[in-house]
Design a protein around this ligand. Structure first.
Ligand SMILES: Nc1ncnc2c1ncn2[C@@H]1O[C@H](COP(=O)(O)OP(=O)(O)OP(=O)(O)O)[C@@H](O)[C@H]1O
Ligand SMILES: [Mg+2]
Length: 202
């Protein structure tokens, strides 16, 4: 039962979006649970209309739900601005920690601070999110900066599309909204890297 957690010091970097998209991706392989550990309850809001093909529950409900039902994948969505102790706990409590960051300096500096708080044996990856379309080079530049600094960055970038907002409004997975299929391709491409990253967890 792989456990994937999303975290960042900065708000609004696509943690919840990534949690829901990863769950949409993995739920076809087995029962998937998103644990919404954010008091803002964004993942729960997305799930409320009932159109997501997996369950989303609060942190305090999770134990009972997991006793009643076997899940193949657990995805943890967490609040922004955790303290160092919380980041450490989160890292120890999962098989893969994903730190999403848009390709901008402030977000990437916040990601670097998360990196510093992680225990040395953490299995973690940086995910570039909300990457603007060409001709803007922000995504490519951020990728090479992260790689040259030795961060464990996933090579598949997640591009910026309006479809994400529509998916939240409609309470459905990204690929179910108009224009969502193109955006969804980033996630299907990302899947093999995430599966590989889960395997490297020793
Ligand atoms: N790839 C993307 N393209 C376009 N919009 C996006 C993308 N990813 C996220 N968004 C939008 O950006 C906003 C912030 O995303 P999200 O809520 O997932 O961030 P978060 O890190 O969970 O924020 P918080 O720290 O408040 O929990 C949302 O409105 C979401 O729809
Ligand atoms: Mg969130």
């Amino acid at each position: 039962m792989p456990i994937i957690s999303l975290t960042s010091f900065k708000g609004g970097v696509s943690k919840t979006t990534s949690a829901i998209c990863l769950a949409s991706l993995f739920c076809s392989d087995g029962a998937t649970l998103v644990i919404d550990a954010d008091p803002n309850r964004s993942a729960t809001t997305w799930a409320r209309p009932g159109g997501l093909p997996f369950q989303v529950c609060g942190e305090k409900e999770a134990a009972k739900l997991m006793r009643a039902q076997k899940f193949e994948y657990i995805i943890f969505d967490t609040p922004a601005r955790p303290n160092d102790v919380e980041v450490e706990e989160l890292a120890r409590g999962c098989d893969l920690l994903i730190v999403p960051t848009p390709p901008d300096l402030l977000a990437m500096e916040a990601m670097a601070l998360v990196a510093k708080s992680l225990p040395p044996d953490t299995n973690w990856r940086v995910l570039l999110t909300m990457v603007p379309p060409p001709p803007q080079k922000d995504g490519a530049e951020a990728m090479s900066a992260l790689q040259s600094q030795g961060y464990p960055v996933l090579s598949q970038k997640i591009r910026f599309y309006k479809a994400y907002k529509d998916a939240v409004i409609q309470g459905v997975p990204l690929h179910k909204v108009r224009g969502g299929k193109t955006a969804w391709r980033d996630w299907t491409e990302l899947k093999k890297e995430v599966v590989q990253a889960l395997k490297t967890n020793g």
